[in-house]
Design a binder for this molecule. Structure first.
Ligand code: C2E
Ligand code: CA
Ligand code: CA
Ligand code: CA
Length: 279
């Protein structure tokens, strides 16, 4: 294996070969996936814990390839980033998500928000902000209804550029969520300086809320800190009522997870939302 100390100098072995081949295969199919309409967005509801109402959706990308079947975004996003395909793909995601959001607004769900995952490479594009603003304008969406989910890796890479761009988007009213909070090299100084509106507690803490005392404590303190900084705090990956109770007890603002709903295709999520409206 790769880490077998003494043999570290070996640059080529069976497992590397397999990883490499898998990446090559993914890359080959990714190049044609867009033209072949193999991508689809699923949407996962975000529930407000104070009102028990769905206030927003997170758009999550799905790729169904005729040869490979469903490929997890965890695998293909990385390849799409390395090949820069993510720029085109990310724009497609924004357009689809905004199209659907404007449709929902027209159905009377006027307060619904849409959260979209953004890759660092997208933000680094010189025309990123303009593109976003144009898309919002085209679909006649109030910027306050869009939230961009970013991760900390983005901030470490080039703080100044990112800071300026996010500030400008925030001034227009667009929300900025810090995704996977607590998992990486979270620097609290970023939190203070950046125009972040939502803190998304990483799933790993929520997973273990039912087990470990430490995770409970961490979760509770993230909620407290985020709220005291005027941010909305959302927990992701909530699967059990026990977790939900804990989050409610410590006044977490929102939750997202299988307990309420899995990510759904747009037809299904619309049905779910309409049902909730009339009930
Ligand atoms: P993420 O942004 O942290 O998204 C949360 C992941 O947790 C999603 O996986 C979601 O389906 C899953 N999830 C939600 N609730 C639960 C739950 O209760 N239990 C469990 N076990 N899982 C839950 P998914 O859809 O496979 O996406 C994985 C990652 O791929 C995302 O992590 C995000 O980083 C990336 N991704 C997905 N769509 C996009 C996209 O459009 N653009 C970019 N740049 N990245 C994306
Ligand atoms: Ca996310
Ligand atoms: Ca996350
Ligand atoms: Ca993640």
């Amino acid at each position: 294996a790769k880490e077998s100390g003494k043999n570290r100098y070996i640059l080529y072995d069976a497992s590397m070969n397999k990883d490499f081949t898998e990446r090559m295969v993914l890359e080959k199919h990714l190049h044609t996936a867009m033209d072949n309409n193999e991508f689809e967005l699923f949407y996962q509801p975000q529930l407000d814990l104070g009102t028990n109402k769905v206030t927003g959706l997170e758009a999550l990308l799905r790729w169904n390839n005729p040869e490979l079947g469903y490929v997890s975004p965890v695998k293909f996003i990385k390849v799409a980033e390395d090949t820069h395909l993510i720029i085109q793909l990310g724009e497609w995601v924004l357009i689809q998500a905004c199209d659907f959001l404007s449709h929902l607004h027209k159905q009377g769900m006027t307060h619904m928000t849409m959260s979209v995952n953004i890759s660092p490479l997208q933000i680094f594009q010189a025309d990123f902000n303009n593109k976003i603003l144009k898309i919002l304008e085209y679909f006649e969406i109030d910027p306050r209804a869009l939230e961009l989910e970013i991760t900390e890796t983005l901030l470490i890479e080039s703080f100044d550029i990112v800071y300026e761009k996010l500030k400008q988007l925030r001034e227009k009213g667009i929300g900025i969520a810090l995704d996977d909070f607590g998992k990486g090299y979270s620097s609290l100084s970023y939190l203070k300086q950046l125009p972040i509106t939502t803190l998304k507690i990483d799933k790993c803490f929520i997973d273990n809320v039912s087990i470990g005392m430490e995770n409970k404590t961490i979760t509770r303190h993230i909620i407290k800190m985020g709220r005291s900084m005027g941010m909305s705090v959302i927990a992701e990956g909530v699967e059990h009522t026990e977790q939900l109770e804990y989050l409610k007890k410590y006044e977490c603002d929102k939750m997202q997870g299988y307990l309420f709903s899995r990510p759904l295709p747009k037809g299904e999520v619309e049905k779910l939302l309409s049902g909730l409206m009339t009930s």
